[in-house]
Design a protein around this ligand. Structure first.
Ligand SMILES: Nc1ncnc2c1ncn2[C@@H]1O[C@H](COP(=O)(O)OP(=O)(O)OP(=O)(O)O)[C@@H](O)[C@H]1O
Ligand SMILES: [Mg+2]
Length: 368
């Protein structure tokens, strides 16, 4: 009881400051503490959280019920996001772009398809390394199709609701199927990964079975998107159940050039297009998220330190690379792609090295 009383000042401060997150966090703690001794009060507070808590305004504004909560902890089992305007700047290869385009088109023509007796696609599996846009694409779909996004992170829900995962998953699935929405199952491999854990094989088998059954009959008003970094860990049976599967890989040279131009183009507009190609070349192996994050740091530095864009670009690229290798790779690439447009002296200045070190780099590269 003392613990609850001690939270009151914080709760009051947070309410006056409209700090809804703190109010909700305090309320949840109180619910948990009161659950045994004062179940009725705990339940009343829990109800208040689900109707007024963080995220509830979203459900209210779209006019849907709040997501289901865990029976014991009263925590929300999923997060809901309104179809917000994300800048549709996703860079995909041609094949994937076509796939996404088709998916959206078929969904838009759902009614027509249904009238002809065929279902629009209702499930999509996205796989690929971290930072390639799996989550981003899902919110883009939510925006383009104007469907609220219900996110369930399987990795965290499995660990925190061990023993009840199947039951909770079922609740979320039911919820998502009953309102036009996109259910996003992030870290989808969490299920497959845990299958070799003998201690809860029974429970996981049940979960997988629940999913398989539901995937097969997903109602056409809703969509389920699953994302994973470890496609190889997925059950073959699950794999087959998805209407579409899409591999998003690391961006290729063209992709990286477009990404740099999207994220940094307006800052480099005085420069030759070939400079973007230099950037693309020296960032081989980096993900789209890496490029977006690097660009943010670069822009921040340009503004805060009031320096030339190119200086910031080189500073940040060096920061994430091995110094010596970067210098020689950049020097060689710049010379190759910028040709006569820049002198070796300029390149040396950009890199902050002496012209003789630069020619050393250029020559070593030649011998390799
Ligand atoms: N293909 C892309 N085109 C443009 N920007 C991208 C792309 N992929 C990622 N980004 C940028 O990187 C951010 C992070 O990407 P995102 O979270 O979608 O990656 P992810 O594939 O879901 O990674 P993870 O496997 O770690 O969840 C995005 O919000 C976006 O700003
Ligand atoms: Mg993601």
């Amino acid at each position: 009881m003392k613990a609850i009383l001690s939270m009151i000042p914080q709760l009051i401060r947070a309410s006056f400051e409209n700090d809804m997150r703190t109010v909700e966090a305090c309320a949840l703690t109180i619910v948990r503490r009161l659950k045994k001794e004062e179940p009725a009060i705990a339940e009343e507070i829990a109800k208040a959280i689900s109707y007024h808590g963080v995220g509830a305004s979203v459900t209210r504004s779209i006019g849907i019920d709040p997501p289901p909560t865990d029976r014991d902890t009263f925590m929300s089992l999923a997060r809901i996001d309104e179809p917000v305007l994300v800048e549709p700047r996703i860079v995909l290869n041609e094949e994937n772009e076509e796939l996404v385009h088709r998916f959206i088109r078929e969904r838009t023509l759902s009614e027509k398809l249904l009238a002809a007796g065929v279902k629009p696609p209702t499930s999509l599996l996205l796989y690929g390394p971290p930072g390639v846009g799996k989550t981003y694409l899902t919110s883009l779909l939510s925006y383009k199709l104007n469907l609220p996004l219900i996110t369930l992170d399987l990795a965290s829900s499995i660990s925190s609701y061990l023993g009840k995962t199947g039951q909770n998953l079922k609740k979320v699935i039911e919820y998502a199927q009953n309102i036009p929405s996109i259910l996003f199952l992030d870290e989808f491999d969490a299920i497959a990964k845990r299958r070799d854990d003998p201690s809860d094989l029974g429970e996981l088998k049940r979960i997988v079975n629940v999913l398989l059954k539901e995937l097969e009959n997903w109602p056409s008003q809703s969509i389920v998107v699953a994302a994973t970094n470890h496609a190889d860990m997925l059950d073959k049976a699950i794999w087959r159940r998805f209407d579409r599967a899409m591999e998003i890989g690391l961006p290729d040279f063209v992709g990286r050039t477009t990404l740099w131009s999207y994220y940094l183009g307006s800052y480099l507009n005085t420069m030759d297009d070939n400079f973007l190609k230099v950037l693309a070349k020296v960032t081989e192996g980096r993900s789209a998220a890496d490029i977006s994050q690097l660009s943010e740091r670069i822009i921040r530095q340009i503004i805060v330190d009031d320096i030339e864009p190119i200086e910031a670009v080189i500073y940040q690229l060096k920061y994430v690379s091995e110094d010596n290798k970067f210098n020689s790779l950049f020097a060689k690439t710049a010379k190759e792609l910028l040709g006569k447009k820049v002198t070796q002296k300029t390149i040396a200045k950009w890199l902050g090295i002496s012209p003789s070190t630069l020619s050393h780099h250029l020559n070593t590269n030649k011998e390799e």
